[in-house]
Design a protein around this ligand. Structure first.
Ligand code: TYM
Length: 332
């Protein structure tokens, strides 16, 4: 089993990233060979401030280590230090179809009405993502629900490349997305129809892994809800996206299920559920924030960890990259 996944180093690590993806990364470290990276090359597909990208890359690395990514068990690096990601992307650009990329919902959402003004990188973003995982023959890719479509595209690209250039051999392994049963899509605290995201201008919409206890309690207290008490079972959450989101967060944090949470809180109003959720969040996140604060200022140690991870990743990437060049008939 070869596990590969990435996160963009833009802004803070939030609860959606943690429950949707990072928690699974931490678990999978004991199940297979893992590579986790900061998708800094993906981050330049949107307007950004260069000095902030450097700082965010280091901070995100510290945050992942604080969450439990162990650099003795896993290979942790930033994409930039492994040029094979960009090289393979170019090779895959010959296989990816415009029509496939045009169907990507993230492209449609992020470009909005201004497609002519969007960067080319925003459009070809999923091809780089395909390169990220195919480069290492990833078998499993732990992600939140919003990345599922990008991984399906990676499989389509792999399959077409294998068919067109493999000469009967499988050059790329088809990766499987690993999406958690609860918390695959954590929603904004202000709007149950929008996902929790780093790019939401309102900080009240998300719980950051670095928020202190008071901030967490306040964000949960102010989270949008409806006036009804919680139902006794899952079906009663239909049409109540904010309630469903908060119960889902509780279940994911506790490692139980939505039904189990409703058995405990069914019939109670948010006046009693919200403080319980706030306390659970604080108890789970405080140790992470504490580790993060201890690590973040040691930039020399972070840089050394990323360099050593990148060195290992470059070695693992080389055979697949070489095969891809060769399959395409490119003389090296
Ligand atoms: P990114 O940086 O937006 O998010 C990192 C991971 O967090 C998950 N996630 C969520 N899960 C549940 N609820 C949410 N509200 C939520 N928000 C984010 C994402 O699904 C993701 O798993 N394109 C990717 C980064 C990437 C990548 C890759 C991932 C680049 N190359 C290769 C996997 C494999 C991204 O922007 O994720």
């Amino acid at each position: 089993m070869r596990v590969v996944s990435g996160i963009q180093p833009t802004g803070n690590l939030h609860l959606g990233n943690y429950l949707g993806a990072i928690r699974n990364w931490v678990k999978m470290q004991d199940q297979g060979e893992c590579l986790f990276f900061l998708a800094d090359l993906h981050a330049i597909s949107q307007p950004h401030v260069p000095a902030e990208l450097t700082a965010n890359t280091r901070e995100m690395a510290a945050a992942l280590i604080a969450c439990g990514i162990d650099t003795d068990k896993s290979i942790l690096f930033n994409q930039t230090q492994v040029p094979a990601h960009s090289q393979l992307q170019w090779l895959l650009n010959g296989t990816a179809r415009m029509g496939w990329l045009n169907r990507m919902t993230q492209w449609k959402d992020k470009a909005g009405k201004n497609r002519e003004g969007a960067s080319v990188a925003l459009f070809t973003y999923p091809v780089l993502q395909a390169a990220d995982v195919l480069l290492y023959q990833a078998t499993h890719v732990p992600v939140g629900e919003d990345q599922k479509q990008h991984l399906e595209l990676a499989r389509d690209i792999a399959q077409k490349f294998n068919n067109d250039f493999g000469n009967g051999e499988e050059i790329f392994t088809l990766p499987e997305p690993i999406i958690p049963p609860e918390a695959a899509r954590i929603m904004s605290l202000r709007d149950g129809s929008a996902k929790m995201s780093k790019s939401d201008p309102s900080d009240m919409s998300r719980i950051n892994l670095t928020d202190d206890a008071d901030t967490i309690m306040q964000k949960v207290r102010k989270a949008k809800t409806d006036p009804e008490p919680l139902p006794g079972e899952k079906d009663g959450l239909a049409g109540r996206p904010e309630a469903e989101n908060l119960v889902g967060i509780y279940a994911a944090l506790e490692g139980s299920s939505v039904d189990a949470v409703l058995t405990q809180f069914g019939g109670q109003g948010f006046g009693s559920f919200k403080p319980a959720l706030g306390e659970l969040l604080v108890s789970k996140l405080a140790p992470i924030a504490e580790r993060f604060n201890a690590l973040r200022s040691d930039t020399a140690a972070i840089d050394a960890a990323l360099q050593s991870g990148a060195e290992k990743a470059r070695k693992l990437a080389e055979p697949t990259l070489a095969r891809a060049y060769q399959a395409l008939g490119l003389l090296r």
